[in-house]
Design a protein around this ligand. Structure first.
Ligand SMILES: [Zn+2]
Ligand SMILES: [Zn+2]
Ligand SMILES: [Zn+2]
Ligand SMILES: [Zn+2]
Ligand SMILES: [Zn+2]
Ligand SMILES: [Zn+2]
Ligand SMILES: [Zn+2]
Length: 1755
């Protein structure tokens, strides 16, 4: 069918292309009814361009649309060729100074913490970098998409509103200038016409709801019969559900289904079928049927294709409008005008209104297109922004209602624009005054919470799922309210006052519905059956916290508003609790001759609620009255006489008693919901408007009533009245009540009550309560947090309350109270409390949790002990109260208080008769201390005309009166001072008595002039004095005002303005930790050590004993004993790779004999160095395997190790392992013994002999493989064959190893083969020995690389495990041939040998440029014994080693010279004089000759020698390591220390001449013929002719990629990255490979690929090509390092980026600027170079079980 359709489509296309935009525009210009004309054009052409088949063709459609539809409009608009017209417009335009860049998903945005009006004001990266804020305290986030840059918006920034780029335009811009003046009348008229028609068309078609019928003026005559089955997005169904359903419904492949689902998710809809109506309808019914089971079905519509066509064009049109207005601010204004013009239907009929109101009905894609248009038009035009804001506010309620029922996230809703409008201060103010916005928002919110209890309070219990969903959605309204309030007015108009207070009324209504909500009753007997709902109420409270605070802030700004708000709030509170004194008869309480009436109420028996927002708001306002001094200025305007202190305190007191009782264990049966509520009540997120305000309310109450009365009411609410009012009740109580729980419970209650009194008197750090400012408050919080322990910046931030701008105010004060300690390689930077701040420590700080309190106590006592001070923690000196609260201190010296103190001390004195506790006593001591501090301050700051009325010392000196006749408090303290059972409190009692005496002295010496403190004072600084004078002046003013109010307040004496005195404080010095000293045992310098050859240094055999970690048995390592093994981990590696694109395609056929010098894929072996018996390990491994199989059947979970692949954890250190290496003695010594070393051949002779032996072997091999029929010939050839002298190819040596060792040799060999080649284990495979040698070579190379990179000596102190691993690995590889087939190993030797010494039988070997010589060396040396064992001619193994080594070295030098890219850099080194230099020059000339002068001419021997030396170093070092471990010759001491060059020492150790070129000269004939053969290779020619590449030496070290210093440039880079598979879409999880720098689209369906039959994410797929299974990535948006290994293993790792506080920010939650920490990045690099990534993952997974559950393969 397609083929028939094609020509037709092409014909249409051709006819379309023949249209002339100019002609059409010309026709339109003449038209009388332009609308009709244009609509006809659209009706005709749109369906011809869009929706011609099942799939869209965006490029073609766009091209045709531009030509046929948009082109004419542009011509019409410009009146000429738009190419010129638009350019002219742009030139004439005076662009706005607003940036307005709309953010892409993932783009970095910046906010200035110093200058932004609120945190929603952000800059794009370009503007930020050009702004003053880059040097301020800024915050960085990644955009979730939507929103735009606020650069240029003067209302958004306190300072620096323009960046450099946007500043340029500001000088010319007049705010009020009409941009239309730059356009001609004609142009305005035309623009207006065309915009009006097109905008209306787009709105009409996008909001069109019929499925089969077009609007009348777009209906066509001839209508096709094609439909789409359109699938819409919802947030209910998962990806998987959609994909599954589609496969069923439209018979597509999984890939297609994924494609559909991805588009539906992104654009909001996608047609899944195209055809006639029936065909589409059928698919629809299947989808609906399949998805309607549990939830509502997916939305599907069968739509006529022409409707879809018009809608697609409608969207195109809106984008087009958005780009056209970019040419000129005038065009933009016209568009705004068109959009906001009221239509024929009056109210809400403008195009903008119509779009907004149908927002929730539109699909995602359509929404985001028109939202963007709004942002680039209405929000960029200052005049229309205001008009739009009004429309938005007008529609607010409807839009919100639509949003609440819509299921799309808020970012796709028009309501999300509120942040752009409400946070503009002038707009917010205008909307409040003119549109009553505050009230609208609150009322809309309330309307959605209809579920109320009998008292009209919110009720969240028994919410349906739908109600809960709605509740979650309406919470965004609170956010809107916050936006409106976030910038506070600087001036108040009467209208603003009126409207704000109206809003405040509405707000109080809201709080009223919360006052007393979720009441609880103590559960006795039964445990509650179901945890009651509590979270919703707390969510509400938490969301409102900032709004409540901001309401208070607003009130604080205007005295009139504050007074009115206070009155309103009080009225509401009285209304709430009007009934509180009803009911029962009041009861009378009396103690010490004081009596008071109160109601009968028990928290433990009646309903109580934690939610008291109205009371708390009143408390907040009351503090403001004090702070702003309104209370003294206008007492007559305040309803202070209406205040009933008992009423005010009642509910907060109940709430605090509830907490005490919960703590005392009385509410255990109420379950966890209550525990959680109490937790949040005190939590930093809530406490500011909960717990803190309850304390303030009690302080307010106490300051207005007789403290004795207050205390009695409190005792009664704590249900402790009986104990303290009845003499000897305590004694009877403890003897009668034998139930321990009850006694304990009562004790806790008493402790809690005392704690509450301490808080009421001591907590005066809120401005308005005490004479402090906000800085003092935050300082005190920090001091107390740091008293617990040193903390990181983020920990501190978390412990402090944030304001609505997310600020804690900590930065401004932290320097004053703490010192910063930088982090090391791990961990974080820490703040430590300055020692001079310790004296401000208050053990009973009210924000301490119980655990924190005891930790702080312990820490502070420890500190004091370290300083050799006494361990008393007396109360700190406190700032004075504000006058309104001043009388509060009298609670300390009130009769009832003294009675309580006396009683408790009495119990302590007669300690056996009563139920009392030390905590109780400690609190009483603290209270006494507080009273003494208070009195002392009063005395010290007394002003002449006043008398000190605080006489606590006198009162406690008096003995009790009849009938008690108890001793005085002082006397009891003196008694307790020596009580043996109070050892801990002795210091505190002593401190009290000392202070008491000091006060007595002050009183005695003079009642007026203060006396110097006995303990010694330090001189105060002059600034302090100034401060003091200022405070005194203020206080004096306050005092005068206060006189007025005092009459109204209940009672009380005078107050004095106190002053903090610095107390003498010893500074504490912690001594720095001592650094460890390494002792290097002196090593004797010894140039005689030689590692190989006939001259090898003889090493006396050392017996080696090891202990098995499993059975603890010791055993000697011997040839014939049971095998001892090391746990080992073999892995493939690309760490050294110089070519990451190489890939082994068919591992079964791959021949690993020759390693290419690009080292593209090696096999690395590592070990933790732990030794076991082979049989112990076997038993252990079997049990692990059995256990794992059982566990997997049960849980089907991954573990950190894969048993099926032979993985296990080292039983000692849990290091990931997958095999074991046997421990062996140096294997060469075993075979060397039978030979004498006289008369060894030289290199030339040796090569000849070996060549002969090889030839003989090859002939024999051929014999064996020829069939038996030719047996007659066999003897013939045998006869012909001259066996070299002493060569006995029929000899097979006996394997010297025990069975157990042999088995382990095979085990490890097979494991290396299996892992290295990724094939099935096969111990017979001829490639097994190759893999063993190769792994040995590769591991040595990688270790040499690390040592060089770190500039460490070759034989320096290597970590034990590395040393053990290399030794075992080398010896194992050397011994492995004994368990392999002799002929196979000989075959390998022959082939390897042939690569250097040509041999007719091996002609297709790699050329010398394509062989890694170290791998070659290891292979040759380790295979050689297989040949040598049959040689009885007297050539020793050592001779062979030496000649092999020399031969390979010669080859390497040739390699280096051929590939060296030596540049003669004109330095004065032309005259080569050194012996080496002349020799190498001669050698180079020879090479040139053999290569036919293809080699570049170089005349500087100095340069050549230098490059040979540099190039050969790594090889020499590797060789030294290799022979050292192979033969066990100790290393020369020179190589154990770091130094410049060890070239000579290395040469000597390796038995090489210092002048390496001598190797060539000594055997010149043989060597020259070899060189010639190498140079004649065709590959060498190709290389020299520049036709191919080759590796040059030394190889550059491999590093991880370079990362930028500033993290935001990474974010920016990633935000420009789009998914490579789904056409320009922004990737959601851009992830950077740190090995090669590739950006990947991770964790997403779009980029999944199939790997070995499984779907894997982009990262996993990448690890296979880039890191042979291991990968290191940076997840850019999370700022998190990701380690992956294989498909199932992975972990997250701390990123190498730190903020200024030395902390990482995983997840970019805090947004502090991040900078690269080079040391940490190096550490990651080191993990990679050491092949420790897999091990690190293993440890991380063992430590963090959540890592095991993550589906790593899909990342
Ligand atoms: Zn910008
Ligand atoms: Zn800018
Ligand atoms: Zn700034
Ligand atoms: Zn053992
Ligand atoms: Zn271990
Ligand atoms: Zn992708
Ligand atoms: Zn990579």
């Amino acid at each position: 069918m397609a083929s028939e359709l094609e020509p037709e489509v092409q014909a249409i296309d051709r006819s379309l292309l023949e249209c002339s935009a100019e002609e059409i525009a010309g026709k339109w210009l003449q038209a009388t009814d332009l609308t009709r004309e244009v609509y006809q054009h659209l009706a005709h052409f749109v369906p011809k361009i869009y929706c011609r088949g099942p799939n869209p063709f965006p490029q073609k459609e766009d091209m045709l649309a531009q030509h046929v539809l948009l082109g004419p409009m542009e011509w019409y608009l410009c009146g000429e060729d738009p190419a010129f017209g638009f350019a002219k417009l742009e030139q004439a335009n005076k662009p706005s100074h607003l940036c307005g860049r709309v953010f892409k998903v993932g783009e970095p945005t910046y906010s200035c913490r110093d200058c932004a009006v609120d945190p929603t004001c952000v800059l794009c990266m370009e503007c930020f970098l050009g702004s003053v804020h880059r040097d301020h305290r800024y915050r960085m986030t990644t955009s979730g998409g939507g929103g735009f840059c606020d650069c240029g918006d003067t209302e958004a920034w306190k300072e620096g509103p323009y960046c450099q780029k946007h500043e340029l335009n500001t000088s010319e811009i007049e705010e009020e200038e009409d941009p239309l003046v730059h356009l001609s009348e004609d142009m305005i008229a035309r623009t207006y016409n065309i915009f009006a028609i097109m905008f209306r068309y787009a709105v009409e078609i996008l909001t069109w709801e019929k499925e089969n019928e077009l609007p009348g003026d777009l209906e066509m005559v001839e209508k096709s019969d094609t439909y789409y089955c359109m699938l819409f997005n919802d947030e209910v169904h998962t990806y998987e559900q959609v994909i599954y359903t589609l496969q069923k419904a439209v018979n597509c492949t999984q890939k297609e289904a994924i494609g559909f689902a991805t588009t539906v998710d992104r654009d909001g809809r996608r047609s899944v079928r195209y055809g006639d109506f029936q065909y589409c309808e059928q698919a629809k019914s299947v989808i609906v049927r399949n998805t309607s089971r549990q939830t509502k079905p997916l939305k599907v519509q069968v739509m006529h294709s022409s409707i879809v066509a018009h809608q697609n064009f409608g969207l195109k049109l809106l984008s087009w409008l958005g780009s056209i207005i970019g040419y000129s601010d005038g065009l933009r204004r016209i568009l705004c005008q068109v959009g906001l013009q009221e239509g024929p239907d009056g109210e809400n009929s403008s195009l903008v209104d119509r779009l907004m109101l149908s927002d929730s009905k539109l699909w995602k894609g359509a929404r985001s297109v028109y939202h963007q248009l709004f942002m680039s038009s209405l929000l960029m035009d200052l005049k229309y922004k205001k008009l739009f804001a009004i429309r938005f506010a007008n529609n607010y309620e409807r839009l919100q209602n639509d949003y609440v029922t819509d299921d799309h996230d808020r970012e796709f809703s028009i309501t999300d624009l509120s942040v752009q409008i409400f946070t503009v201060p002038s707009l917010a103010r205008m909307l409040i005054t003119e549109e009553n916005l505050m009230t609208i928002i609150i009322k809309t919110f309330m309307d959605h919470l209809k579920h109320r209890d009998a008292q009209g309070r919110f009720q969240f219990e028994r919410y349906t799922a739908l109600q809960a969903f709605k509740f979650r959605r309406v919470q965004s309204l609170i956010l809107d309210l916050k936006y409106v309030l976030i910038s506070k007015p600087t001036e108040w108009s009467d209208e603003l006052r009126r409207k704000f207070l109206e809003g405040f009324d509405a707000f109080l209504e809201l709080l009223k519905c919360m006052q007393g909500m979720d009441p609880i009753t103590r559960q006795v007997g039964q445990h509650i059956e179901m945890e009651p709902e509590w979270e919703a109420a707390f969510t509400l409270q938490m969301k409102l916290t900032h709004v409540i605070s901001m309401m208070q802030d607003w009130c604080a700004l205007d005295e009139k508003v504050l007074i009115e708000a206070y009155k309103k709030c009080l009225a509401v509170l009285m209304h709430c609790h009007s009934g509180f004194t009803d009911g029962e008869q009041p009861i009378t309480l009396s103690i010490c001759g004081h009596s008071v009436e109160t109601i009968r109420y028990c928290v433990s028996q009646e309903k109580v609620s934690i939610h008291l927002p109205v009371s708390r708001l009143l408390a907040g306002l009351h503090v403001l009255l004090s702070k702003s001094e309104v209370a003294y200025k206008f007492p007559e305007l305040l309803p202070l006489s209406e205040l009933s202190p008992p009423m005010l305190i009642e509910h907060p007191l109940r709430c605090l008693v509830l907490c005490a009782q919960v703590h005392a264990g009385m509410w255990r049966r109420n379950g966890f919901s209550l525990v959680n509520q109490i937790y949040y009540y005190h939590n930093v997120k809530c406490r500011r408007e909960m717990f803190d305000k309850d304390i303030v309310m009690l302080q307010t109450g106490v300051s207005m009533m007789d403290p004795n009365h207050f205390l009695m009411i409190m005792l009664s609410r704590f249900e402790l009245y009986q104990i303290f009012s009845t003499p000897d009740y305590g004694k009877r109580f403890s003897s009668e009540i034998t139930h321990k729980d009850i006694v304990q419970q009562n004790n806790t209650l008493i402790e809690e009550m005392l704690y509450l009194i301490i808080m009421l008197v001591g907590e005066r750090f809120s401005p308005g309560v005490g004479q402090v400012n906000a800085t003092d408050e935050i300082k005190r919080e920090i001091i107390h947090q740091l008293s617990i322990r040193p903390m990181a910046h983020s920990e501190l931030v978390k412990s402090l309350p944030e304001d609505e701008n997310k600020e804690t105010g900590m930065e401004s004060v932290i320097e004053a109270v703490a010192s910063f300690k930088k982090p090391g390689l791990t961990g974080r930077g820490m703040y430590e409390l300055k020692s001079e701040c310790a004296k401000e420590f208050n053990l009973y700080f009210y924000h301490f949790s119980r655990a924190e309190q005891s930790k702080a106590e312990e820490a502070q006592r420890k500190l004091k002990r370290q300083n050799r001070e006494d361990t008393a923690l007396p109360p700190p000196v406190l700032p004075p109260f504000c006058p309104l609260f001043a009388s509060l201190v009298n609670i300390l010296q009130s009769d009832v208080m003294l009675c309580i103190m006396g009683t408790i001390l009495q119990w302590a004195v007669e300690h056996n008769g009563y139920a009392w506790s030390e905590s109780m006593l400690q609190r009483v001591l603290h209270l006494i201390g507080m009273a003494l501090q208070e009195e002392k301050q009063h005395l010290e700051n007394v002003m002449e005309e006043h008398v000190v009325t605080f006489t606590f010392t006198q009162k406690i000196s008096k003995p009790g009166e009849a009938p008690n006749n108890s001793p005085s408090i002082l006397a009891m303290l003196e008694t307790l001072q020596n009580a043996p059972y109070l050892e801990v409190h002795k210091d505190m009692i002593r401190w009290i008595l000392k202070t008491f005496n000091a006060i007595k002295k002050i009183r005695e010496s003079s009642s007026t002039s203060p006396v110097a403190e006995t303990e010694g004072t330090i001189m105060e600084e002059s600034s302090r004095d100034k401060d003091k004078a200022e405070r005194k002046r203020k206080a004096e003013i306050a005092r005068l005002r206060r006189e007025k109010i005092m009459a109204q307040m209940s009672e009380m004496q005078r107050h004095f303005i106190d002053e903090n005195k610095e107390l003498f404080q010893q500074t504490l010095e912690l001594d720095a930790s001592t650094s460890a000293v390494f002792d290097n045992s002196p090593v004797v310098s010894d140039m005689t050590l030689t590692a190989l050859g006939p001259a090898q240094t003889w090493v006396p055999e050392q017996r080696q004993f090891v202990t098995c970690i499993l059975c603890q048995e010791e055993q000697e390592v011997k040839v014939e004993s049971r095998a001892m093994v090391l746990a080992a981990f073999v892995q493939r590696s690309t760490v050294l790779s110089k070519n990451r694109s190489k890939f082994i395609h068919d591992p079964d056929k791959y021949d690993p004999l020759f390693m290419h010098p690009d080292l593209s894929c090696g096999t690395h072996t590592g070990s933790c160095g732990h030794v076991m018996h082979a049989h112990c390990w076997q038993r252990y491994f079997d049990s692990v395997q059995a256990k794992e199989q059982r566990r997997q059947q049960r849980l089907r979970l991954h573990t950190s190790y894969d048993v099926e692949n032979g993985e296990f954890l080292c039983p000692l250190c849990e290091c990931l392992s997958n095999t074991v290496i046997p421990l062996l003695l140096p294997p060469r010594n075993i075979f060397n013994s039978r030979l004498n070393f006289s008369d060894q051949p030289n290199l030339t002779q040796w090569i000849r002999t070996i060549s002969l032996q090889i030839k003989a072997l090859q002939v024999l091999r051929k014999e064996e493989s020829t069939p038996t029929t030719a047996s007659s010939k066999k003897s013939e050839t045998m006869g012909e064959l001259q066996l070299p002298e002493g060569f006995r190819p029929d000899f097979h040596p006996k394997n010297p190893y025990s069975e157990s060792i042999k088995e382990m040799l095979t085990t490890f060999g097979t494991a290396t083969y299996k892992v290295g080649l990724k094939v099935h284990p096969n111990e017979e495979d001829p490639r097994v020995p190759i893999m063993c040698w190769s792994s040995c070579a590769y591991t040595i190379q990688s270790i040499e690389r690390i040592l060089s990179d770190e500039d460490k000596p070759l034989f320096g102190p290597l970590p034990c495990r590395l040393d053990d691993c290399l030794r075992s690995l080398t010896r194992f590889a050397a011994a492995h041939w004994t368990v392999a087939s002799l002929s196979v190993v000989q075959g390998h030797f022959c082939k390897l040998f042939a690569s250097l010494v040509p041999n007719k039988n091996h002609e297709d070997l790699p050329c010398i440029l394509d062989i890694d010589v170290f791998h070659l060396l290891v292979g040759l040396v380790l295979a050689f014994p297989a040949l040598q064992c049959q040689d009885f001619s007297g050539i020793s193994l050592g001779t062979g080693d030496l000649h092999i080594f020399h031969l390979v070295t010669v080859a390497h030098i040739v390699q280096i010279l051929l590939t060296s890219c030596t540049e003669e850099d004109g330095m004065d080194q032309e005259n080569s004089t050194g012996e080496e230099e002349l020799a190498v020059l001669a050698l180079y000339k020879t090479l040139r000759q053999y290569t036919g002068s293809a080699l570049k001419e170089i005349n500087s021997g100095w340069h050549l020698w230098r490059s040979v030396k540099a190039g050969i170093m790594p090889f020499l070092k590797c060789s030294a390591l290799f022979f050292h471990y192979l033969n066990g010759v100790p290393s020369p001491s020179e190589l154990e220390a770091t130094g410049t060059s060890h070239f000579e020492h290395l040469c000597h150790y390796l038995s090489l001449p210092n002048n390496l070129i001598c190797l060539f000269q000594e055997n010149s004939e043989m060597v020259n013929s070899l060189i010639e053969s190498w140079c004649h290779n065709s590959e060498v020619k190709r290389y020299l002719e520049g036709q191919r590449d080759a590796i040059s030496y030394p190889r550059e070290p491999n590093k991880l990629i370079d990362l930028p210093e500033d993290y935001s440039s990474l974010i920016n880079q990633a935000s420009n990255f789009s998914c490579p598979k789904s056409g320009g879409d922004k990737s959601r999880a851009p992830t950077l490979c740190l090995v090669c720098g590739t950006l990947l689209c991770s964790q997403s369906y779009c980029c999944q690929t199939e790997l070995e039959g499984e779907d894997v994410g982009a990262c996993t797929a990448h690890t296979y090509s880039c890191g042979s299974g291991v990968g290191i990535f940076l997840r850019v948006r999370e700022c998190q390092v990701l380690f992956l290994a294989g498909k199932t293993k992975g972990c997250f790792y701390a990123p190498p980026y730190l903020d200024d506080y030395g902390e990482t920010d995983q997840g970019l939650r805090r947004g502090n600027p991040l900078h690269l920490c080079k040391e940490r990045f190096k550490k990651i690099q080191k993990l990679w170079q050491q092949h420790s990534i897999t091990e690190e993952i293993g440890h991380a997974q063992e430590a963090n079980q959540t890592f095991v559950g993550i589906d790593w393969q899909h990342l």
